[in-house]
Ligand binder design. Structure first.
Ligand code: PLP
Length: 430
């Protein structure tokens, strides 16, 4: 199918990037379970290795099943290209890899997935990179944190875990004025609810593990490139603008134009870091994406019902769902994610840490797991699990204090979910 601009999201989530298999006519995208691809002849092989011709060499770099997923995600996000990788965390490292050098930093929101806070505050130091964490509602603080060595601004559209929506347009304006890219993690929103590129994002990263796959089967990640950033406007991004010694002095931006980041991600990033998505994972994720809009509609509908019920319950102290009128981010939802605030939120339980632990143990439909974005409803007590390695201050800033429970609302019957929470809250407060 040719991806005309006239096709709607529901059509593109099924068709974008896919075409009947040229060899067999297979209508569903085959799982190309192969490591390597036969070259037509020696000249063909040389042209592929020189990046003079695009084609398949080896599945660490490219694979036809993964390529369909890349094209589908690029289309759904409104980007020009995408690189899939082995997990959401791999996608974050891959996104930064092309932009960073030792001594460089990123400015990141304090409201991020706990694993990302750990990756940015601890692990990236091993590469000589660092992160400055700032409250992204304080625009002056974001501006002030950017210095000559800042190479990217990083945030989540709907922040995990706590019902926070980032003012992407304002943040993109700041990054733009500083001549650096804005990277938005769109995992919790998905392109059905939020399209960060339309709000000025340069790169969009995903953990495809979550809503995109949607059924808790495989881990995966993706970086979608808007194609809009001018990597040669200043000398901050030599990996993309300066001659690349590993390719006989080829300049990615000059050679590939808007696809520079995507080509670099495959030709250097996947080649040398090897964080590759396998074709089986791409298959499961492609299957999931076919029903993304239907699932997200139900996730939102159920989340609104459950959050509204929880908010009115005397055993609950507060609910941080941005889709509730009581949320300070309620108005922002209309501009950033007009189809709804997602299916993920936290609530504070009266009785603190101990009551939260009892609640998690008593729930029956909700599974106690470190995951989100499944068809099944999931629950986790962040302070004792995903956010355990964080300091108390970092936990509070991330919306994961000791009295907070995070739930990922599935697509089951909302009344069953409410009944389950009701009985578990009774046990938690007894
Ligand atoms: C899960 C998650 C990640 C990390 O993704 P993995 O696939 O687990 O590596 C990053 N960001 C957000 C918002 C997430 O929910």
């Amino acid at each position: 199918m040719t991806d005309g601009p006239t096709y709607g999201f529901d059509t593109l989530q099924i068709h974008a990037g896919a075409r009947p298999d040229p060899a067999t006519g297979a209508r569903q995208t085959p799982i190309y379970q192969t490591t390597a691809y036969v070259f037509r002849d020696a000249d063909h092989a040389a042209a592929l290795f020189n990046l003079q011709e695009v084609g398949y060499i080896y599945s660490r770099l490219t694979n036809p099943t993964v390529a369909v997923l890349q094209e589908r995600l690029a289309t759904l996000e409104g980007g020009v290209g995408a690189v899939c990788c082995s997990s959401g965390h791999a996608a974050q490292i891959m996104a930064l890899f092309a932009l960073m050098q030792p001594g460089m930093n990123i400015v990141a929101s304090t409201r991020l997935y706990g694993g990302t806070v750990t990756q940015f505050s601890q692990t990236i130091k091993r590469f000589g990179w660092s992160a400055k964490f700032v409250d992204f509602d304080d625009l002056d603080a974001v501006k002030a944190a950017i210095d000559d060595n800042t190479r990217a601004v990083f945030c989540e559209s709907i922040a995990n875990p706590g019902g926070y929506i980032t003012d992407l347009d304002a943040i993109a304006g700041i990054a733009d004025a500083a001549g650096i890219p804005l990277i938005v993690d769109n995992t919790s929103a998905t392109p059905y609810l939020c399209r960060p590129i339309e709000h000025g994002a340069t790169l969009v990263v995903h953990s495809t593990t979550k809503y995109l796959t949607g059924n808790g089967t495989v881990t995966g990640g993706c970086i979608v490139d808007s194609g809009k950033f001018d990597w040669s406007a200043n000398d901050k991004f030599p990996s993309l603008s300066a001659p690349e010694p590993a390719y006989h002095g080829l300049k990615f931006h000059e050679t590939f134009g808007p696809l520079a980041f995507t080509f670099h991600g495959i030709a250097i990033g996947l080649r040398d870091l090897g964080m590759t998505m396998n074709p089986q994972a791409a298959h499961y994720t492609l299957m999931g994406i076919e029903t993304l809009s239907l699932r997200m509609q139900r996730h939102v509908e159920n989340a609104e019902k459950v959050a509204t019920w929880l908010e009115s319950d005397p055993r609950v102290e507060s609910v941080t769902y941005a889709g509730l009128e009581s949320s300070p981010y309620f108005d922002r939802v209309k501009t950033i994610c007009p189809k709804g605030a997602g299916g993920l939120f936290t609530f504070a339980v009266k009785g603190g840490y101990d009551a939260c632990v009892k609640l998690v143990n008593a729930l029956e439909i909700f599974s106690h797991v470190a995951n989100l974005g499944d068809t099944r409803s999931l629950v986790i007590h962040s302070a004792s699990t995903t956010h355990r390695q964080l300091t108390p201050e970092q936990q509070e800033a991330a919306g994961a204090g000791p009295n907070m429970v995070r739930i990922s609302i599935g697509i089951e019957d909302a009344y069953d979910l409410i009944a389950d929470l009701d009985q578990a809250l009774a046990k938690a407060s007894s």
